[in-house]
Design a protein around this ligand. Structure first.
Ligand code: NAP
Length: 314
C-alpha cells in the first residue's frame, strides 16, 4: 500500500476539504488526508505533502517527508519559513496560470496605455477632453523578470503590438524582445520603459529592487505594475515619486502585508490602483491535474520535476 499524502495549509477545514476533494478526484489511486486529521502513524508514513501556505510546525510533524508540492507558483514565503533544511520543494508550473498572468499583464497594460486612470479622474470632474492616442508600437513595456510568467506575458504583449523588453538574472533569448541582465541591463530597461511590469520572485536580491533611485531612472510620466510581491517595490519611495509627478501611475496587486492595511495610503492615492492579489489565481482543476501527474511520475520512476533552488530563493 502506498503512503498517504498530507495536505497542509493554513486554510479553514471547509476550504481544505474542497482542495482535498479536487486532488482526490485527480488521483483516485491516492489517499490524501489533512495533516490536522492524520494519526501519528500517518504523520510518520507520509512521503509527500501538498501544501498551500502551510504552517511550518505542521510540516515538522511529517518525519518521513521526501518532498513537498506547492499548489502555488510563488514559493517565497514557503522557502523563507521552511529554511535551508527543507525537503525538496516543487512549485506549481501551470500553462493555464501563465496564460492568466499574461492576460492580466495585457489587460492592465491597456488600462495604462489607453489612459483609463486619467479618464476616470476627468469624469469625476465632468471634464470632456481627449488625450493623445499612441500606437502600441510607440509604447515600450519592460518586464522585470522573464521566467515562465514574464515570457508568456512578453509574447502576449508582442502579439498586441507593444515594443517589449525583458530583464532576468541569466540572459534570455526571445525573438523580437530586447533581453537584458545585470545592473546596467535593469537601468536600460527602466530608462526605456513607458510601463514596467514586476514579475520577479521575492528573494534577498529582489527585496527593495525598485527603489527611489531606480524609479528615478524611468522616464517622467512612466507607469509601473507590480504583479510579483509587494516588497519588490519600496512603498515609500513609490509614493514619493508619484507625488513628485515623476511616475504617472502604479497598479499594485501585491503588498508587503495582505490584505492591505485599512490605513494604507495606497487605498486612496489618486495615482494608485489597488488590486486584491488577483492577477493570476491558481486554477484548482488544472493545478490538481498537474500535481497528480507529478506525483504519479514520482511513484512510477522516483523522478521529481524541477525543484526550487532554496539557496537562490526561487
Ligand atoms: P520564474 O519562472 O522562477 O521566473 C522568475 C524570473 O525572475 C526569471 O526570469 C529570473 O531570472 C528572474 N529573477 C529572479 N531573481 C532575479 C534577480 N536577482 N535579478 C534578475 N532577475 C531575477 O517565476 P514565475 O513563474 O515567472 O513567477 C514570478 C513571480 O510572480 C513569482 O515568484 C511570484 O512572486 C509572482 N506571482 C504572482 C502572482 C499573482 O497573482 N500576483 C501569481 C503567480 C506568481 P532567470 O530566468 O535567470 O532565473
Amino acid at each position: 500500500m502506498t503512503s498517504p499524502i498530507a495536505y497542509v495549509s493554513r486554510a479553514t477545514d471547509e476550504e481544505e476539504a474542497k482542495w482535498i476533494a479536487m486532488l482526490s478526484q485527480a488521483m483516485p489511486e491516492e489517499t490524501i488526508v489533512s495533516v490536522r486529521q492524520m494519526t501519528d502513524d500517518q504523520h510518520k508514513a507520509a512521503e509527500i505533502a501538498v501544501v498551500a501556505n502551510p504552517d511550518p510546525d505542521d510540516i515538522g510533524k511529517l518525519s518521513g517527508l521526501k518532498w513537498i508540492h506547492s499548489l502555488w507558483a510563488g514559493v517565497e514565503r514557503l522557502v523563507a519559513e521552511l529554511g535551508p533544511s527543507t525537503p525538496p520543494i516543487v512549485r506549481l508550473t501551470d500553462p493555464e496560470l501563465s496564460r492568466v498572468m499574461a492576460e492580466a499583464v495585457l489587460a492592465w497594460t491597456y488600462y495604462l496605455h489607453r489612459d483609463m486612470p486619467a479618464y476616470r479622474q476627468q469624469q469625476e470632474r465632468r471634464i470632456w477632453k481627449d488625450l493623445d492616442y499612441r500606437h502600441p508600437r510607440e509604447v515600450t513595456v519592460g518586464l522585470i523578470g522573464l521566467g515562465l510568467l514574464g515570457t508568456a506575458s512578453a509574447k502576449r504583449l508582442q502579439d498586441a503590438g507593444f515594443n517589449v523588453m525583458g530583464w532576468s538574472r541569466s540572459l534570455k533569448v526571445q525573438e523580437g524582445v530586447e533581453t537584458l541582465s545585470g545592473e546596467a541591463g535593469l537601468d536600460r530597461l527602466l530608462a526605456k520603459s513607458d510601463i514596467a511590469v514586476c514579475l520577479v520572485p521575492l528573494t534577498a536580491q529582489t527585496r527593495g529592487l525598485i527603489n527611489a533611485r531606480r524609479l528615478q531612472r524611468m522616464k517622467k510620466g512612466a507607469s509601473i505594475i507590480n504583479f510579483a510581491r509587494g516588497a519588490v517595490i519600496v512603498g515609500d519611495d513609490l509614493l514619493e515619486l508619484l507625488d513628485s509627478g515623476h511616475i504617472a501611475h502604479a497598479v499594485l496587486d501585491v503588498f508587503e502585508k495582505e490584505p492591505l492595511d485599512a490605513n494604507s495610503a495606497f487605498w486612496t492615492h489618486p495615482k494608485i490602483t489597488v488590486l486584491p492579489h488577483i492577477s493570476a489565481p491558481t486554477d484548482p482543476r488544472s493545478s490538481a491535474a498537474i500535481v497528480a501527474q507529478n506525483i504519479r511520475n514520482w511513484r512510477l520512476s522516483g523522478n521529481l520535476p524541477a525543484t526550487i533552488d532554496v539557496q537562490r530563493g526561487y
